[in-house]
Design a protein around this ligand. Structure first.
Ligand SMILES: [Zn+2]
Length: 197
C-alpha cells in the first residue's frame, strides 16, 4: 500500500518527467482546455478513464460518481453537462459503466444504506420494473444485466436532458455513447450510440 507521502513524491517525478521532454508542457496547458470528450463514469478506482482509453492531459472532461449516474435533478451532473456542452462544446459524451460495479451490486442485493441508497434509487427502480425477467437469471447474470441496463438508462436520461436537446436543436455536433468496461479483460464495449445531427 502506498503512503500519501509517496503520492506527493510521485507527483514530483511526474512533473520532472514531463518537463524533461517538454519544458513548456504545464505553461501551455495552463492557457486553456479543448477536450472533445465528456466522460461520465463510476468513481471505482479500477476504472480510471484516462488510463484505459490511453488519453492524455486535456483530452477528457471527466465526471465520476457512484455507478455512473446521470440524474437530471442533480446539480453536480447538470453543471458538468452544461459546461461541457455549452462552453467546451465537446463532440462526444461517453457514459461508461463497468462489470463488478459495487453500486449496482448494492442495489441488486439491497445492501445500500442512507445517502448511497438514495443515490442508487434509479437502479432500484430498474430492478423493480424488471423483477420477473431478472428472477430467471443467476446472480452474476443479474449483476451484468443491471450494469448494462443502468448504462442504457443513463444514456436515455441524457437524451431527454434540455441541455443536450438544445444543443441538437441548434445543430451542434454531439453524440452520446453507452460503453461497458469489462473489468476482467480490460476491454471497452460499445452498447449504444445516439447522434441527432
Ligand atoms: Zn462502479
Amino acid at each position: 500500500m502506498k503512503s500519501y507521502e509517496e503520492l506527493l513524491l510521485e507527483n514530483r517525478a511526474w512533473v520532472k518527467q514531463h518537463l524533461y521532454f517538454d519544458p513548456n508542457f504545464f505553461k501551455r496547458h495552463a492557457e486553456g482546455q479543448e477536450p472533445r470528450f465528456l466522460w461520465i463514469g463510476c468513481s471505482d478506482s479500477r476504472v480510471p478513464a484516462e488510463h484505459l482509453t490511453g488519453s492524455g492531459y486535456g483530452e477528457l472532461f471527466v465526471h465520476r460518481n457512484i455507478a455512473n449516474q446521470a440524474h437530471l435533478d442533480d446539480n453536480n451532473v447538470l453543471s458538468v453537462l452544461a459546461y461541457a456542452v455549452d462552453v467546451l462544446k465537446v463532440h462526444h459524451i461517453i457514459v461508461c459503466g463497468h462489470e463488478h460495479c459495487g453500486g449496482v451490486i448494492a442495489a441488486q442485493t439491497d445492501t445500500a444504506t442512507g445517502i448511497v441508497k438514495e443515490w442508487l434509487k434509479p437502479i432500484y427502480e430498474i430492478k423493480g420494473k424488471q423483477a420477473s425477467q431478472l428472477a430467471t437469471m443467476s446472480q452474476v447474470e443479474q449483476q451484468n444485466t443491471l450494469v448494462r441496463w443502468n448504462i442504457e438508462a443513463q444514456v436515455d436520461n441524457l437524451k431527454q436532458c434540455p441541455i443536450i436537446q438544445k444543443a441538437w436543436e441548434r445543430g451542434q455536433g454531439l453524440a452520446i455513447h453507452g460503453w461497458l468496461y469489462e473489468l476482467e479483460t480490460g476491454l471497452l464495449k460499445s452498447l449504444c450510440y445516439h447522434d441527432h445531427i
